[in-house]
Design a protein around this ligand. Structure first.
Ligand SMILES: C[S@@+](CC[C@H](N)C(=O)[O-])C[C@H]1O[C@@H](n2cnc3c(N)ncnc32)[C@H](O)[C@@H]1O
Length: 309
């Protein structure tokens, strides 16, 4: 890698969000077993590892092979210690992942949902409405359906439902129709993120187009959620995680939009009603102004945590 490439790589490394709070809530025991369900660039994992003794264990999961490869090359030496396991997988399969490693119960589990800055800025996968790349949006490149494929196979009604439900987009109907019209006009060729942004701009009212939030933000969120089946993975993953939790284990989740946060809040409150856990964040923790200033992607973060009874 030349100097310029190294600088670019450095710029897009993900800045961990609410890291100090994460470590406080995890209350790491040096010989405990911890699971980082969303490895990303390893921002949480490396700090958890620093607090573990050689008898402690950390399992870090990510469904993106690029994330596993990036962390493997960045932290070669740390990985030699043998108590840090990187697993390419979906956190909805946390139970099988932990069983395969011959581990039983765990002392702490953390989730930092969504995408890493590297995936957005450097992934060439069409996650960003500020770039022009083929609309892929798969976090796991082994999945069969890219966002551009989904736009082609879904009917206008189905597309409207996806954009409405997963993006809470009030102009879903117009956008879905605009997409279908564009595909008909363009022989159903693959669509890029830039082309989708243009379709959205053309099909929403001028006030919305010029508003403070980007008009494509909600549609992009919706497609990403649909392609990666994010909401189902989250609810299934949380429920499997509970069965692995030792007494006193904390489960900590950072979410970035209201659909994710609602699931976390509801699952935690169901567990509390059943007497399984105590919710230890009555109100979600949010980043301080200074963190948001230095890392704008932290602005929508909400942290919720429970402790197993
Ligand atoms: C916000 S980033 C995590 C950043 C990390 N905390 C850090 O500080 O570097 C989220 C990561 O979770 C991964 N991810 C999203 N959904 C997942 C799932 N269901 N199972 C496993 N990994 C997932 C994404 O591929 C991405 O790398």
């Amino acid at each position: 890698m030349n100097k310029k490439q190294a600088e670019t790589e450095q710029r897009v490394i993900h800045k961990p969000v609410l890291l100090k709070k994460i470590l406080e809530y995890l209350e790491i025991k040096p010989d405990g077993v911890y699971v980082d369900c969303t490895l990303g660039d390893g921002g949480y994992s490396i700090e958890i590892l620093r607090k573990l003794s050689p008898d402690g264990t950390l399992v870090s999961i990510d469904l993106d092979q690029d994330s596993i490869d990036f962390v493997t090359s960045r932290y070669k030496v740390k990985l030699k210690s043998g108590n840090w396991h990187l697993v390419k997988g979906n956190f909805r399969d946390i139970k099988e992942i932990i069983n395969d490693l011959k581990l039983k119960k765990v002392d702490g589990i953390v989730y930092d949902l969504g995408m890493s800055s590297r995936q957005i800025d450097n992934g060439l996968r069409g996650f960003s409405y500020l770039r022009n790349e083929v609309l892929d949006m798969r976090m796991d490149k082994s999945l069969g359906v890219r966002a551009t494929d989904l736009l082609k196979v879904a009917g206008a009604k189905q597309l409207e439902k996806i954009i409405q439900e997963y993006g809470e987009e009030r102009f879903a109907k117009r956008i879905a129709r605009g997409v279908k019209h564009w595909l008909n006009e363009n022989d159903y060729k693959d669509m890029t993120s830039g082309e989708l942004v243009e379709i959205i701009r053309k099909n929403v009212p001028a006030g919305y187009r010029k508003g403070s939030k980007h008009p494509a933000r909600r549609t992009f969120q919706a497609l990403r959620i649909a392609v990666n089946d994010e909401l189902l993975s989250l609810s299934q993953g949380l429920n499997s995680a509970l069965s692995l939790a030792k007494r006193g284990c904390t489960v900590v989740v950072v979410s970035y939009h209201s659909l994710e946060d609602r699931i976390v809040k509801n699952v935690f409150s169901e567990w509390e009603t059943k007497g399984e856990v105590e919710v230890i964040t009555r109100k979600p923790e949010v980043p301080e102004k200074t963190e948001i200033e230095s890392n704008p992607r932290a602005r929508s973060a909400k942290l919720r945590a429970v402790r197993k009874n």
